[in-house]
Design a protein around this ligand. Structure first.
Ligand SMILES: CC(C)(COP(=O)(O)OP(=O)(O)OC[C@H]1O[C@@H](n2cnc3c(N)ncnc32)[C@H](O)[C@@H]1OP(=O)(O)O)[C@@H](O)C(=O)NCCC(=O)NCCS
Length: 180
């Protein structure tokens, strides 16, 4: 599924569009952007098209483009949703490097989390980040995720093994942190 439009202060989450795919191709071909992601090889245009079609039809995932000033700057979503046990796994990429460290991921995560709990009625969100990915882990911590575990030497990249931080966020903990 594609997610509905969610408006924040600076960030808007909106359904992805076919014309975004060319931008996505450039992001995922950039080793700086994929530095903390397991995949080392870029997607082909055909793979992007297939992803767009498959994700749009997948009842167990919700995907958004992250937009700032009318321009797609990233992508985020909740995947592998288990509707019985009501959990899903989140991910994010801010592909526009010039906009890193401006709070965009933190704002996008806040919008995504509210939708997951208050609209989709999920009970828990899970995620993974490379231990070294300080930006991702800080944004996740600000959203309320806490450490569920560490997978040692889970991914091999750039000639060495990387530990992976596993995070989780329970709805009840997130609700307690919301203003009344
Ligand atoms: C990781 C990523 C999502 C962070 O996005 P962002 O919009 O820069 O994040 P924010 O601006 O919301 O930053 C959150 C916090 O982390 C800090 N931060 C961001 N990047 C950082 C970095 N490289 N090193 C240290 N701290 C960093 C910010 O200063 C901010 O801290 P603060 O709230 O204490 O001021 C973005 O860099 C990205 O998409 N990278 C490539 C793909 C990726 O790694 N995705 C995540 C896979 S798990």
């Amino acid at each position: 599924m594609f997610g509905p439009i969610l408006r924040g202060t600076r960030v808007t989450l909106r359904p992805p569009r076919k014309e975004d795919l060319e931008t996505y191709l450039a992001w995922f071909a950039d080793p700086e952007v994929t530095r903390y992601q397991p995949r080392s090889t870029p997607f082909s245009p055909a793979q992007e098209e297939a992803w767009f079609t498959k994700t749009g039809e997948d009842p167990n995932s919700v995907v958004w483009a992250i937009e700032v000033d009318g321009k797609a700057v990233g992508t985020t979503g909740i995947g592998q949703i288990d509707w019985l046990h009501r959990h899903g796994t989140t991910g994010i990429t801010i592909g526009e490097k010039s906009l890193w460290r401006q709070g965009l991921a933190s704002e996008a995560m806040a919008l995504r989390t509210r939708h997951a709990f208050r609209e989709l009625n999920l009970h828990k969100l899970k995620t993974q980040a490379y231990m070294e990915n300080e930006g991702s882990r800080r944004a996740l911590a600000k959203t309320g995720y806490t450490q569920a575990g560490i997978q040692r030497q889970e991914f091999y990249k750039d000639g060495r093994w990387h530990d992976v931080w596993e995070g989780e966020l329970l709805r009840e903990d997130w609700e307690k942190a919301q203003p009344a």
